[in-house]
Write a protein that binds this ligand. Sequence first.
Ligand SMILES: *Cc1c(COP(=O)(O)O)cnc(C)c1O
Length: 368
Amino acid sequence: MIPLVNLTKQYANLKNEIDAAIAAVIAESAFIGTPANRFVAKFERDFAAFIGTKHAIGVANGTDAIEIALKALSIGAGDEVIVPALSWISTSEAVSNCGATPIFVDIHPQYYTMDPTKLERAITPKTKGIIPVHLYGLPAPMDEIIAIAKKHKLFVIEDCAQAHGAKYKDRNIGTFGDMATFSFFPGKNLGAYGDAGGIVTNEKILADTARLILNHGQRAKHEHLIEGRNSRLDGIQAAILSVKLPYLTEANQKRRTHAKKYDELLQGHGFDLQTVPYKTEPVYHLYAIQSDTRDTIIGRLKEHGIESAIHYPTPLPLLPAYASHGYRKGDFPVAERVTSRILSLPMFPELTDADIELIAATVISAKP
Ligand SMILES: *Cc1c(COP(=O)(O)O)cnc(C)c1O
């Protein structure tokens, strides 16, 4: 049996350190992420240093991270924010939950990230910002996106939920936008043992505002400057993330090695493989191929005890959740074609060469 992601193996390798970190939090009852929580403060310092931003702010999950970043940038009713047509729903959901409207842009056929050549025509007088997603761990074309944002005076929030540690032109993703958001959902490249998320930024005012929002608008205890919400990062999750962060670079390198092996084994067999478009260091949160016979491959993999998954089966704007927006089939031709053919194969650092050989051979054997 080869799962899509194996978190048990990862825990086995780090068990002593993780168990000690959890015990330390419990010994101090440092459960809740108040400003006094030293475990949360430590992870925030470590993560800011890792990404290379002045500030990192722990929050409860990656969806809240986007929503709080939007609110810190004063996005609300009447505003439009541009998002890619292919992502996890959080990217657009966060925009709607601020009272603003997500405007979808089609993706690039090989890189799967927002197509910058289609971006400008989505801009209207109501547009306030752009949320590029570094999907599957491949950085979006930030030079083009930032240039368009500057020209039209739009903010940029990078959705880095699938790309912890990825680099675009030698610079860490998360350092290009006004703010950037991360998910530490267990299966992400850097994952907690429950829901967790983070925001990074170089702007002190944005960091301070995000901190207010995530803790009921409190500047100090019972001093509520605004209405916020509860979206604090737990002490236990922060301590676990601090243990795992030093291993992230090596784990990402293993993912790249695995992707290269998949590429070598699968190329020449008629599949569309992930391509790396420009000087960039992807982190392969997912390894996805495209095939006209996806369903046959899924069936054959299942027969051999190999898990696979579809990320994602429907472009965001064509989901029932956005029916009222009036998009129709054919509006996002690239995302529609990709979602009908895309397939994620098992990808995690602890995969072995033998696993990858078996998976690739099984995929190839399913060809008609
Ligand atoms: C996982 C994910 C999120 C949301 O993260 P949660 O922590 O699950 O809320 C947002 N955007 C993308 C692209 C994701 O993959």
